[in-house]
Design a protein around this ligand. Structure first.
Ligand code: PMP
Length: 982
């Protein structure tokens, strides 16, 4: 091994200071400007900035490395620039005398000086969270660099460099003694063993070419992309180019990103490799070498950094790096190599395992003996997925529920399916998705029943509750078979014949007894029985479908998300939008949690309609009762309509004592406007600028929320009198001004003459829960009435107990409207809407017309409406909204103290808004950030969405059953995202 390999750190940088840099830039390159030193291990680099703001980098090379490498770098920079990359790279700048490289003397030594253009931005090291798109961008960047260099060559490309992964083993051997702890040395050796074993066969088969070799977070230059995230935009530093493995270009990039996300090592690897492959297809043997090369990179990097730390013992920065290197190596070494290869293959469209197809064929033809003798009993596959019909109200959380889920007709045997995401593995919402996907099949049988080996095999291991055999499956060859939930037979021999008894079904504590049957094409120790959705394809490729060993087809249906999303995009009108760029397929809701098809639970902070919580049994029972007994229209005489109307009138203040039943908020407001117009015999309506009251023609004509009605600002609907929102946060009158409430009300007074009605949300719901200043509504309503108009309180969002301290939002303002509209919460998801008004208004309407809505106020709707009110009372949900909401608001305010992005926290109870701004105490809306933060929150298991005129307020309006720990979970997750980036 050349001694030159490890000298990088030991040699000193050229003796030049910033003033020398400034002088040389001016004299040699004609660039007059200021000079600032940029970091470098062994060279000197200076950023030169001219008076006109032009920037360039002056580079004084260490003479140790010779001129050939500099010439190669310059040639390569020109070469890739000419290739037209999708990102920026530096280019060499000519000196005044036309040369690329100029030699200067200093203290008797010669130094080569160059200049390159400056690539503007920040290194990826500055990014806090590196998301999937940034990962992919780095992978694509590496591929593009390698593609551009494919036809590049230079005599200096064959120099020996410490960072070239061809020399990883030599580097590790040379530097391993610098690792201070035996455990660290063992870790390095373990990683390198995987590398050596793989590369012994693969190395000669790998493509080689000149590569950049250093596509790392230090050299990927990023720029903010509008939502505050840094996205890769350039690649610098061509100083580590050599002729090496093409695959190393991707491996180096993956290893660099691993540093940022050690907890998601496989996700990082797959993200980079998939994007690389999409630009520059990798070959099968390169995918096999990928993870071993990543390990080699992490190991050689760890020992190299350790060496550097010893050379600079007082450098705190370097010692910080050392810890990160070991963490990264530990994270990489914890990934099973066989899984990493399978994941890389699956990500690139190959079968996850080369023998996967052969295994499926051979298994189908192997004539195995079923592990449990059915002895005349039927084998009945059961559905334990999040969509399972047997589950309704959280039974998957209890042993009794699980037992019921696998109970089949007497004398039959239930079979648990392979590849199924199981609901009982969901747990609580968490940062990481659960390992819920089942890698085997189960046969549920009474404890004590004999368990047989389905094939000839050799005992690999036995322990309490598990027998592991090595079996051959036809031309697919060796395979491992795990039989879990089995008490091994005392006399279990090393050689096992097909059909022979290997043990008995073991009793289980919490779950019904069953044998878990799992195959694996690789001899993985401590084989997990479950995996996450992200690793599903890789694991299912490694673990073939064991149905033939069970005796029936135990295959679960594959995930449907992609197909259904495509179908929806094809068939549902675009304007009916979707949340999220990658919407999960939601298949179940329970209380304040939603579950996707992979059994991932989400904390639901958005569904105010499900006021009681999702799938409430009382609502289901009420609906069932009505659907099974009577469901007709409101012209019939049935009791539920009378009982529900009575309940609503009891809740409304006097003199509101008449109810109309409709289905939705839009209908309720539409009817309210008609009532007002009929009663006043006037047409025009006063509404708050930026409000939303519904999608029907009449309600849309009073809705000017920019998101819902973008053209309203330019083409105000005719007959609409707009008043500014009483928004003390952004409006014309601030919170500290005297009489803010009455002063905002004057806008209403000015608009009132001749108007039929004033419609408003008593608390600014669409703004994220902003409270009007005291006295606003009281004054505004008085002005309207004095001018002969009618006051409509749209309580569709903010009313019905959500505010905690008040059932109706107008109570907070001490005002009483003439008409109340309600919907959303009223039916817990079933369409139930109502208009509550005074007798004179109702009678005026009746003199002109009758009113009929075919399903508005049906027995179904009224039974549900009554059930909702009963449950709200019995479960004290309004109280819970106050208690939990107050705590949550305190937590959000505490977060605002630490994160300047939160400009204000609005609202009360469980109608809260966290308003995001870019320039606190300014109010520039952080709209793009709000969307990106919601995406990131979703990745971390929390559903929240932006609202507001500028869509920059996180609207927090969960089911009112939100428990305290979930309020904390929400605040903790938001804290995490605001701290670590999105
Ligand atoms: N009013 C307000 C204040 C609303 O927020 C909404 C719905 N977002 C509506 C009316 C319309 O209700 P629906 O969607 O039930 O028609």
């Amino acid at each position: 091994m050349s001694g030159g390999l490890f000298e990088g750190y030991a040699i000193e940088s050229p003796p030049f200071g910033e003033e020398d840099g400034r002088r040389l830039a001016a004299e040699l390159f004609g660039l007059d400007g200021t000079s600032a030193e940029l970091g470098s291990h062994q060279d000197r680099n200076f950023l030169i900035t001219t008076g006109e703001g032009r920037r360039a980098v002056l580079k004084i090379a260490n003479p140790h490395f010779g001129r050939g490498s500099l010439e190669m770098q310059n040639a390569a920079m020109r070469h890739v620039a000419a290739a037209g990359l999708s990102y920026e790279t530096p280019v060499p700048l000519e000196a005044v005398d036309g040369r690329d490289i100029v030699e200067v003397d200093n203290g008797g030594a010669h130094y080569d000086v160059r200049m390159t253009s400056w690539v503007d931005g920040e290194p990826l090291t500055a990014a806090r969270h590196i998301g999937a798109d940034a990962r992919a961008a780095v992978g694509a960047m590496a591929a593009e660099a390698a593609l551009a260099l494919r036809d590049f060559d230079h005599p200096a490309a064959d120099r020996v460099l410490q960072w070239d992964l061809k020399h990883a083993r030599a580097v590790v051997d040379g530097l391993i003694d610098h690792a201070p702890e035996a455990a660290q040395r063992e870790l390095v050796e373990q990683a390198m063993q995987v590398h050596d074993d793989a590369m012994a066969g693969l190395a000669p088969e790998l493509r080689t070419q000149v590569i950049h070799g250093d596509v790392t977070d230090y050299n990927v230059v990023c720029r903010p992309n509008g939502d505050g995230r840094l996205m890769p935009a350039g690649l610098i530093d061509f100083g580590d180019m050599t002729r090496s493995y093409l695959a190393a270009e991707a491996a180096v990039a993956a290893a660099a990103l691993l540093w940022h996300d050690p907890d998601d090592a496989l996700g990082v690897l797959v993200g980079v490799v998939r994007a690389f492959h999409a630009r520059l297809p990798l070959e099968e043997q390169e995918l096999a070498a990928m993870f071993p090369l990543v390990l080699a990179r992490c190991a050689s990097s760890a020992v190299s950094t350790q060496q550097q730390a010893l050379l600079e013992p007082d450098n705190a920065y370097t010692s910080g790096l050392v810890d990160g290197e070991w963490t990264t190596l530990r994270a990489a070494a914890a990934v099973r190599p066989a899984l990493a290869e399978a994941a890389c293959r699956a990500a690139c469209g190959l079968p996850a395992h080369p023998r996967a197809a052969a295994a499926a064929r051979s298994l189908a033809a192997c004539g195995a003996t079923p592990v449990v003798d059915p002895a005349g009993r039927r084998l009945q596959p059961v559905d334990l997925s999040p969509e399972a019909r047997v589950y309704a109200f959280g039974e998957w959380r209890t042993p009794e529920g699980l037992a019921a889920a696998v109970s089949v007709a007497d004398g039959d045997l239930a079979v648990g399916r392979y590849g199924e995401a199981r609901m009982h593995r969901a747990g609580d919402p968490a940062e990481r998705p659960p390992a819920a996907v089942h890698l085997g099949a189960d046969v549920f049988a009474p404890a004590g029943e004999p368990v047989r080996s389905p094939l000839d095999g050799r005992l690999a291991s036995r322990r309490s509750g598990r027998v592991t055999l090595d079996v051959e499956i036809g031309d697919a060859g060796a395979c491992r078979l795990v039989l879990d939930g089995v008490d091994p037979a005392a006399d279990l021999a090393d050689d096992v014949r097909a059909g022979s008894v290997v043990g008995t079904v073991a009793a289980r504590d919490e779950r019904p007894s069953h044998v878990h049957v799992q195959l694996c094409l690789e001899p993985i120790d401590d084989m997990p029985g479950w995996t996450t959705a992200a690793e599903r394809d890789a694991w299912l490729g490694l673990c073939p479908n064991p149905s033939p060993l069970v005796g029936t087809d135990a295959t679960a249906a594959p995930p449907e998300r992609e197909r259904l999303l495509a179908l929806r995009r094809h068939a549902v009108a675009d304007a009916q939008e979707l949340y999220y760029s990658e919407p999960p397929r939601i298949v179940r809701g329970w209380r304040n949690h939603l579950y996707d098809e992979d059994a991932r639970p989400y904390l639901d902070m958005v569904n105010n309609v499900a006021v009681l919580g999702h799938s409430h049994p009382a609502v289901a029972a009420a609906a069932e009762r009505a659907l099974r007994t009577i469901n007709t229209n409101s012209r019939f005489n049935y009791d539920s309509i009378a009982r529900f109307a009575e309940r609503l009138v009891e809740l409304a203040p006097e003199p509101l004592d008449r109810v109309f039943f409709v289905n939705t908020g839009s209908e309720a407001n539409d009817l309210a406007l008609r009532l007002a117009r009929t009663y006043t015999v006037r047409e025009e309506v006063i509404a708050v600028a930026g409000a939303y009251h519904g999608w029907t023609t009449a309600t849309y004509a009073v809705s000017t929320a920019p998101y819902d009605n973008p053209s309203a600002a330019e083409n105000p609907p005719p007959g609409l009198r707009l008043v500014p929102a009483a928004d003390i946060y952004r409006g014309p009158i601030g919170p500290d001004e005297p009489d803010a409430g009455p002063r905002y009300a004057q806008f209403v007074r000015d608009a009132a003459p001749g108007a039929a009605a004033f419609i408003c949300e008593p608390v600014l719901g669409n703004w994220g829960g902003i409270f009007a200043p005291d006295g606003y509504l009281e004054h505004a309503f008085r002005h309207v009435r004095e001018a002969g108009g009618v006051c409509i309180a749209d309580e569709v969002q903010v009313g019905y107990g959500r505010l905690g301290a008040w059932f109706w939002a107008f109570e907070q303002q001490g005002a009483v409207p003439d008409i109340i509209t309600i919907a959303k919460s009223t039916g817990n998801g079933h369409p139930v809407g109502a208009v509550i008004t005074t007798t004179p208004i109702a009678e005026a309407f009746a003199r002109n017309a009758s009113f009929f809505s075919s399903v508005g106020g049906s027995p179904l709707s009224c039974e549900i409406g009554i059930a909702v009110l009963d449950v709200m009372r019995d479960e004290r949900l309004q109280e819970n909204a106050l208690r939990v909401g107050t705590h949550l608001r305190d937590r959000l305010r505490e977060l605002a103290g630490r994160h300047t992005l939160i400009g204000a926290v609005h609202g009360h109870g469980l109608y809260l808004g966290a308003e995001l701004v870019r320039d606190r105490p300014g109010t520039t809306p952080a709209t793009e950030e709000a969307y990106a933060i919601c995406e990131r929150m979703r990745e971390l298991g929390v559903i929240v969405q932006p609202t507001g005129e500028r869509m920059n307020v996180l609207k927090i309006k969960p089911p009112l059953c939100l428990p305290m720990e979930d309020a904390d979970r929400f605040a903790d997750t938001l804290d995490q995202v605001l701290t670590t980036g999105w």
